[in-house]
Design a protein around this ligand. Structure first.
Ligand SMILES: Nc1ncnc2c1ncn2[C@@H]1O[C@H](COP(=O)(O)OP(=O)(O)OP(=O)(O)O)[C@@H](O)[C@H]1O
Ligand SMILES: Nc1ccn([C@H]2C[C@H](O)[C@@H](COP(=O)(O)O)O2)c(=O)n1
Length: 226
């Protein structure tokens, strides 16, 4: 399917655990728009690299995997989207901390990012797209009509992630999650290629003391006022 540059985009960026996925899917459903979880693309490549024993230093190997990756996102009513890569359903595998960690290690590589760019831009289709990630408003869709940067303290994000993983039956440790979130923040925001940062004209929203409903209401208010 071809991308449609005229379809509106709500770019939703922010650090790990700031609520982009949760809020993005609610906004997409309220607008009746498509939804892109760009982190799933980086996680998908990380999973493929693990599966094919390609190391995080093997740039040519990673680019070859990225170029051959067929990723389909099956959006579900009232549930997380199911991710299929090269014919295999890998939704749970992509959400592990290990896969997120490897995704964050391969994400700084410029050739890898370049090879994943077109896949993300193809998701821009009528009637509109909510795109969640780190560089949606700065690099992938710099002309997005709406740009939101979600943030929250590392402690709150670690606690939310802890609750989320615990409720799914994972054995998790809060201190280790906090350490991993802080390390990921540093890596994602200090890299030279497409670092995590708010776009100049982004609406920056600290969700530390806000409920999910309050965050959605605040974004709706921002969109309606533009
Ligand atoms: N404002 C909020 N109040 C309470 N819990 C929240 C809030 N926003 C998100 N959460 C919860 O925090 C957890 C992490 O949110 P989510 O997975 O959406 O973050 P994310 O930014 O997409 O993370 P990642 O970048 O790692 O994919 C989820 O369990 C979600 O329900
Ligand atoms: N647009 C994006 C999306 C994701 N990444 C990298 C950085 C993250 O640490 C990792 C996993 O993302 P998540 O699923 O936690 O949102 O992928 C990126 O560099 N650019």
């Amino acid at each position: 399917m071809t991308s449609n540059r005229s379809a509106p985009v709500l770019a939703l960026d922010g650090p790990s655990g700031s609520g982009k996925g949760t809020i993005g899917q609610i906004c997409a459903s309220q607008f009746g728009w498509h939804y892109l979880d760009s982190g799933a693309i980086y996680r998908g490549l990380a999973w493929l690299a693990q599966d094919h024993n390609v190391s995080v230093d093997d740039v040519a190997g990673l680019v070859a995997l990225a170029d051959s990756m067929e990723l389909t996102c099956h959006v579900q009513e009232n549930d997380v989207a199911k991710i299929e890569i090269n014919g295999q359903f890998v939704t749970a595998e992509l959400r592990t901390e290990e896969t997120g960690e490897i995704a964050s290690q391969i994400a700084p590589l410029a050739p890898v990012r370049a090879s994943l760019l077109a896949m993300q831009r193809r998701c821009r289709k009528a009637p509109g797209l909510v795109a969640d990630g780190r560089d949606m408003g700065t690099v992938v869709f710099p002309d997005a009509e709406f740009k939101v940067f979600l943030t929250a303290s590392a402690q709150i994000r670690a606690q939310r992630r802890f609750d989320q993983l615990k409720s799914k039956g994972f054995d998790v440790n809060l201190a280790r999650l906090l350490e991993s979130i802080q390390a990921r923040d540093v890596r994602d925001s200090s890299r030279a290629e497409s670092p995590l940062k708010p776009a100049d004209n982004a609406y920056v929203l600290d969700t530390s003391d806000l409920s999910i409903d309050e965050v959605v209401a605040s974004i709706m208010d921002y969109v309606n006022k533009r």
